[in-house]
Design a protein around this ligand. Sequence first.
Ligand SMILES: Nc1ncnc2c1ncn2[C@@H]1O[C@H](COP(=O)(O)OP(=O)(O)OP(=O)(O)O)[C@@H](O)[C@H]1O
Ligand SMILES: [Ca+2]
Length: 917
Amino acid sequence: MSWGAYVPLAEEMPSQVVVVSAHSKTVEDEYEVESVLLEAMVAGHSLSLMDQQGGVEGIALKLRSSIDTGIRGDKADLQRRRCLFGSNTYTEKPVKGFWSFLWDAMHDLMLIILAACAFMSLAVGVSTEGWEEGCYDGAGIGFSIIIVVFVTAISDYQQSLQFRALDKEKKKIYIHVIRESQRRKVCINDLVVGDVVYLSTGDQVAADGVFISGHSLIIDESSMTGESEPQHINEQKPFLLSGTKVQDGFGLMLVTGVGMNTEWGHSMAVLGKEGDDETPLQQKLSRLALLIGLPLAVTLTLAYAMRRMMVQKALVRKLSACETMGSATYICCDKTGTLTTNQMTVVKSWIEGAIWQSNGTTPLVSFMVKQLLLESIFVNTAGDVSEGKNGELAFFGTPTETALLKFGVALGEFKSTRPKTNIIKLEPFNSVKKKMGVLVRSSSGGNLRAHWKGASEIVLGCCASAIDAAGSIVPLDDSKYSELMGVIKRFSDDSLRTLCLAFKDLPSNYVSEGPIPDKALVCVAIVGIKDPIRPGVKDAVQVCYAAGIRVLMLTGDNLNTAASIARECGILTDGDVVEGPEFRKLSSEELRRRIPRLQVMARSSPSDKHRLVMELQAMEEVVAVTGDGTNDAPALHEADVGLAMGIAGTEVAKESADIVILDDNFATIVNVAKFGRSVYINIQKFVQFQLTVNLAALVLNFVAACITGHAPLSTIQLLWINLIMDTLAALALATEPPNDDLMKLPPLGRKGNFITKYMWRNIYAQVFYQLTVLAILHYRGKDILQLKGPKYMEVLDTMIFNSFVFCQVFNEFNAREMKKLNVFRHTFNNWIFVMIVGITITVQFVLVQFLGKIANTAALDLQQWAITVLIGFFSLVVDMAAKLINRIYARLFDPKRDSLIITSFLHHIPTGAYQQV
Ligand SMILES: Nc1ncnc2c1ncn2[C@@H]1O[C@H](COP(=O)(O)OP(=O)(O)OP(=O)(O)O)[C@@H](O)[C@H]1O
Ligand SMILES: [Ca+2]
């Protein structure tokens, strides 16, 4: 029944449910059922309530919708529905303001201890020296605390804003609805009560509703009810809950509840879900209070990488995935949609013994075969064609389906085909069976007929005959069979995805019980579908190989098609190709023996993909998996890093993934690996810098205090160096952008040490240099520098302090490159780094020259400044020398030596072991 034709009848109205909107009281604008009642019906799974309302059709009418044509869907209509039944949005938790982050940052144990120190030194200072002179130490410490608290709070606050932005992005999910007889794509937030929604495999059920029609619709309710057994939804069990997922099949649903009026909305209100995810590296390091700035550095680095990755079209759902991706040794990649564009077109076909190419000509086929094909294409499909107001056609469904539909439209009249046939049973496509079938009765009262389509060699294997050049059905004997297998091979060698279409007429006394018959079919056509390779894929694959990351193609497609595309992408070189059925027979040992040579797995099922990932992990590999379909979800979930496609990907795939690739491009995945590596390396850079500062300061003060009873660096100076300079350095080094060289190194895998021998070499060289120079200054400085006057001690200590700080400033440059000599490369690509070095130098200048009382310094003259800066500058030379000596030594003696330097101090932090939180 169409919208316009609907006139509410008074008798139809049940007495207890009349809702009249406050501002529109005309009969026409009324809905005849209350949302409370609909809610109770769905929540209680009450079939009796549903019957009272006249079943799904009755409810649709009362909601001024129709199960055939949907709602009217104009602005006013949508507005009214939202006004009465609510909109499909959820109340969000109130934003945590900056002040609460500030409050949280103050609860750091270390800072509380410092605050106590500040208070005590203030008390002691003031009581012994009076306010004027005695407040500086305490005030200095207090000031340092304030700076650290602010930096921490700002960084946490910014990160929370970023998570909000991500959350918003995550919620941009689109689905198909029928409005005004047209199929339309809308955002799930725009759904209203009364909408008729399409559901297909992998979709999220975005509102509460009731089943209208569909086939083999199976829903995974585990996220809502905790029920792990998938639920079959049909006329007898018609209730669908928001927040659940379509596991298989497809159907139509009438929306009865949206947003906060759904079951999901209620539980959201109770839980107020929040994504608080600390990465394993963070967890490990935060326990390690040795280095104060370290947790901050990790947060900053990850947050920065996350923001930059977003710009490059990768949405990071789990922070830990950044780090892990940096150590990936394998990328298991599905073909369709990742390596290829997923824009499919039928370019070749075999019909009635002839091969047709799509160079403008449509296959000329006999009337009978054409009718058969049209019925097969337009009825045996999960897709749809609809005609817009101006006669333009819109195609819906998976790319494979739409390619076939377009082929069908080119072949002949489509509008008359569908209404004439009556679908009795339908078996939707899935990746395990790799075929789809329907059982139909034509409206002309004919017999039953089964149509099948699917993976060509599988469907052909079910055929007993085929239609020959004369248009007659001939038995599929050995020679005919090998002729058709030859056609499939020819198509797939051209990288085409092949499908076989077949049918079977059933005897007039056939009773439709049990599954749709799929034996002794008649092969009608074989089609070859082109799916062009994405530009840039080949280069990206090469980058992976250069970076020591192996790329495996796991696809549901035919062996030849897969091999041919893999060759074009540069994935298949001289390695092996295996087919799902053969793979399943291999034992674990056999498989592990074969894996190192494996490059392509064809005709794989979801469980094959999953098993391969598990075997790789058992071999200590760090595995990244990419995928778009529901069939990829198990593997995505199992992987160390799961990457789902943002455009072609189903909601189920995205939910199982750690990172969503918004542009579906393989090249973006490689970029993610690059960022992952830079995250890891940036943290290493910071650790190298910080260990140097800490070791040098500690030893300097300790040794000097033991020997002379006088520590050259005062508390405030130590705080400035250890707390503030460190925090700033964390920011400077965390924001180092990745460079292409990162992808020329082998991956870290599971085994790498966090602090490498190169880092220790650099640290030792610097600490040695700094201690030597500062010790000389401390003991012999007075004579060497010919310091005189009553204040010479203060001046000397200030010079030591200033030299020390400048050593760190130059060492911040050293930290940028662990092995290369040129530490200034690309410095100006990172303006934050430059700015922070600038700030550090300025603050140091002000401290020394003007804030002597707080910093316990004496102003230096120009010459003294020059000497101290020069001492700092020499750090660069020392770093270079250490790197050079190392190179010469390595070349002269042992190119493979690797255990000379102590490898772990902070415990080993095995990189790949950071599984998802
Ligand atoms: N709608 C469909 N109906 C019938 N058969 C189909 C349909 N879509 C795909 N096929 C067949 O199933 C095979 C692909 O199966 P599957 O879904 O496992 O792979 P995929 O996810 O599309 O590919 P990849 O794993 O490379 O991303 C195709 O080769 C094709 O022959
Ligand atoms: Ca896929």
